[in-house]
Design a protein around this ligand. Structure first.
Ligand SMILES: NC(=O)c1ccc[n+]([C@@H]2O[C@H](COP(=O)([O-])OP(=O)(O)OC[C@H]3O[C@@H](n4cnc5c(N)ncnc54)[C@H](O)[C@@H]3O)[C@@H](O)[C@H]2O)c1
Length: 376
């Protein structure tokens, strides 16, 4: 086995998810390359050391620029808030490092273009962590669509619903609530949640031509965790949009952090001429499937428990009937990245793919601001 030395920047939610994925990938998907947890970078030395010890990182850095100077780092993993993606990614590309960058790719399309140009100029392998593509039930949905089982697609519907910012006392900014601060996040639910729905949609159903959106910021002012002052909230708390896909189907997307009772309800449904599919993150190992070609007396929605060795990724896990979870989507993404080193194939979604999602996000926000349809 050859080592792929990882330097990870940030040790929050995604830092954990990725560290776990690097630790597990080669055990379940053995191949030519094996990730090595070479260095963890975070600004606070004590916290970095604690995280590094817990997960088995060999060393720590407190400045990402120092990490990029190291010859013993092959790939840089960007797990920081969105406003740092561009600067780190461009510097990493210039340092000749492979890059695994969290989503959304950038704060906006202009930043994303610069990032694409940098990785393409440097010729470094790059990937963005739109991990839901690699939930086996979602990958199976892609397989069913590509096999033509749905026929002509009429409708694509997706929701991503949460409820954690309803309380007006939740601050904006700072380590825990940077998602509410436009300076750190770029946008609200559009870049945070809808970006996932859009990435999956572009993958499953092809390009989006135009969008008509509305956004709302329900709580207009929040205390900023860094300044201690009440400041205007500049992110979108909720966003809904309609769109036309290039294949002629109609899209309907909704995301909010104000859907009381929903913590992370990502659902999607696709209605085709011959069949429909439906998926729900809360039941992520199941794919609902309706096939109009079934004998009419038994025709109905079937719930496919995606755990069989014939189904995507599942041959590398347990025995049929035993399911896997959220964290495995990241393990699959690492496994596919490692495989791409062997085959020299492009691994998706790369920066260019993620730029397409960014274009839709930017158009959605512009449409809402101008109250008009926007072409992509
Ligand atoms: N793929 C997914 O499903 C998914 C889920 C959650 C978050 N994300 C994305 O991952 C990224 C991080 O989100 P998170 O939820 O892990 O956030 P988080 O707040 O839990 O972690 C962010 C980390 O970045 C570190 N950081 C901030 N500035 C830094 C700097 N200058 N140098 C080094 N480290 C720095 C923080 O200390 C923290 O460890 C975001 O871009 C987010 O959109 C993706």
């Amino acid at each position: 086995m050859k080592d792929l030395n990882i330097g990870m920047i940030g040790y929050g939610f995604m830092g954990k998810a990725h560290s776990n994925a690097y630790s597990q990938a080669s055990h379940f998907f053995p191949g030519e390359y094996r990730p090595v947890l070479k260095a963890l970078c975070a600004r606070n030395r004590d916290k970095a050391a604690g995280f590094a010890e817990n997960w088995g990182y060999e060393s720590i850095e407190t400045d990402w620029r120092e990490l990029l100077k190291r010859d013993d780092i092959d790939a840089v993993d960007i797990c920081t808030p969105n406003n740092l993606h561009k600067e780190i990614a461009i510097a990493a590309a210039e340092a000749g490092k492979m890059i695994l960058c969290e989503k959304p790719l950038a704060m906006d399309v202009a930043e994303g273009e610069e990032m694409c140009a940098a990785v393409e100029k440097a010729g470094v392998r790059n990937m963005v962590w739109y991990n839901y593509r690699r939930v086996p039930a979602v990958t199976l949905a892609k397989q069913l669509i590509d096999e033509g089982r749905l026929g002509k697609v009429f409708h694509y519907r997706a929701n991503f619903l949460q409820d954690w910012t309803i309380n007006a006392d939740v601050p904006q900014g700072g380590a825990a609530t940077w998602r509410l601060d436009a300076e750190a996040a770029g946008s609200g639910v559009t870049g945070d949640l809808l970006a996932h729905c859009i990435d999956t949609a572009l993958w499953l159903n092809g390009g989006i031509q135009d969008v008509s959106a509305m956004t709302e910021t329900f709580v207009k002012e929040r205390m900023h965790a860094e300044t201690g002052q009440k400041e205007a909230v500049k992110i979108d708390d909720a966003c809904s949009f309609l769109c036309h896909f290039s294949n002629g189907s109609l899209g309907l997307f909704e995301s909010t952090r104000y859907a009381r009772g929903h913590k992370a309800l990502y659902t999607l449904e696709i209605n085709g001429e011959h069949a429909s599919i439906r998926w729900d993150l809360h039941d992520l190992h199941r794919l609902e499937y309706f096939d109009h070609g079934d004998d009419s007396i038994v025709r109905g929605w079937r719930s496919i428990h995606v755990s069989d060795g014939d189904q995507p990724y599942m041959g590398n896990w347990w025995v049929p009937g035993l399911q896997i979870g959220y964290e495995h989507s990241f393990i699959h993404q690492v496994a596919d990245f490692l495989k791409s080193l062997e085959t020299d194939a492009v691994v998706s979604p790369n920066f260019r793919d993620a730029l397409e999602t960014q274009k839709v996000c930017d158009a959605v926000l512009a449409s809402a601001a101008e109250r008009s349809w926007k072409s992509i």
